[in-house]
Design a protein around this ligand. Structure first.
Ligand code: HEC
Length: 156
C-alpha cells in the first residue's frame, strides 16, 4: 500500500512540474498577443465604466456625482490607450480588416472618442444631476457603437 502511495505522489509531482512548464509558456506570450490583450482589457474596462454610468442614467434618482465623475474621468484618461496597440495587422483579434484598410476612418473614430470622453468628464466635474451629463453620455455611447459598426468583428 505504502508503495502505491509513493508512486502516486511521485506522479503528481511530475504532473505539477509539467503544468508549471505549460503555464510558463503561456505567460511568455508574443508581442502581438500582448497588443490584443492590452486593447481588449482597455475596452472591457470601458464597458464596465459605461455600465456604472448607464445604470445611473437609466435611474436618475440613483445619481452619485462622485462615482459618475470618477468613471467619466477614468474613461477620458484611458481613451488614448488602445490605439497604439493596433499597429500590427497580424494581431487582428476581433478587429475587422478595415482597421488597416481604412486607417484614416479608424483614427477619426478614435479621435472623436477621445473628444467626447473629455467632454463627458468635463460635464461630470460640476454635475449635480443626470440631466447635466446625459447628453454627453449618449455621445460617448454613440461613439463606441459607431466605431464597432465598422471596425469590430461581429460576435458569432
Ligand atoms: C475607435 C474605435 C472604437 C471605439 C471608439 C470603441 N471601440 Fe470597443 N472595440 C473596437 C475594436 C476594433 C474592438 C476589437 C478589438 C480586438 O479584439 O482586438 C473592440 C472591442 C471591444 C470590446 C470587446 C473586448 C474583448 O474582450 O474582446 C468591448 C467590451 C468594447 N470594445 C467596448 C467598448 C466601449 C464600451 C466603448 C465606448 C466607451 C468602445 N468599445 C469604443 C473599437 C472601438
Amino acid at each position: 500500500m505504502t508503495q502505491v502511495y509513493t508512486n502516486k505522489s511521485l506522479k503528481s509531482v511530475i504532473s505539477i512540474t509539467l503544468m508549471t512548464a505549460a503555464l510558463g509558456l503561456t505567460a511568455c506570450s508574443s508581442p502581438t498577443d500582448t497588443d490584443v490583450k492590452t486593447r481588449q482589457d482597455s475596452m472591457k474596462s470601458w464597458g464596465d465604466a459605461m455600465g456604472v454610468m448607464g445604470d445611473m442614467v437609466k435611474a436618475p434618482d440613483t445619481f452619485d456625482a462622485a462615482v459618475f465623475k470618477e468613471q467619466a474621468a477614468f474613461l477620458a484618461e484611458d481613451s488614448s490607450t488602445p490605439w497604439s496597440h493596433f499597429e500590427n495587422q497580424d494581431a487582428a483579434g476581433n478587429a475587422t480588416e478595415a482597421v488597416w484598410s481604412n486607417a484614416d476612418g479608424f483614427s477619426a473614430e478614435s479621435d472623436n472618442f477621445q473628444k467626447v470622453t473629455a467632454e463627458l468628464s468635463a460635464a461630470a466635474q460640476t454635475a449635480t444631476s443626470v440631466d447635466d451629463v446625459a447628453p454627453a453620455f449618449s455621445e460617448v455611447g454613440a461613439s463606441c457603437k459607431s466605431c464597432h459598426t465598422e471596425f469590430r468583428a461581429k460576435a458569432n
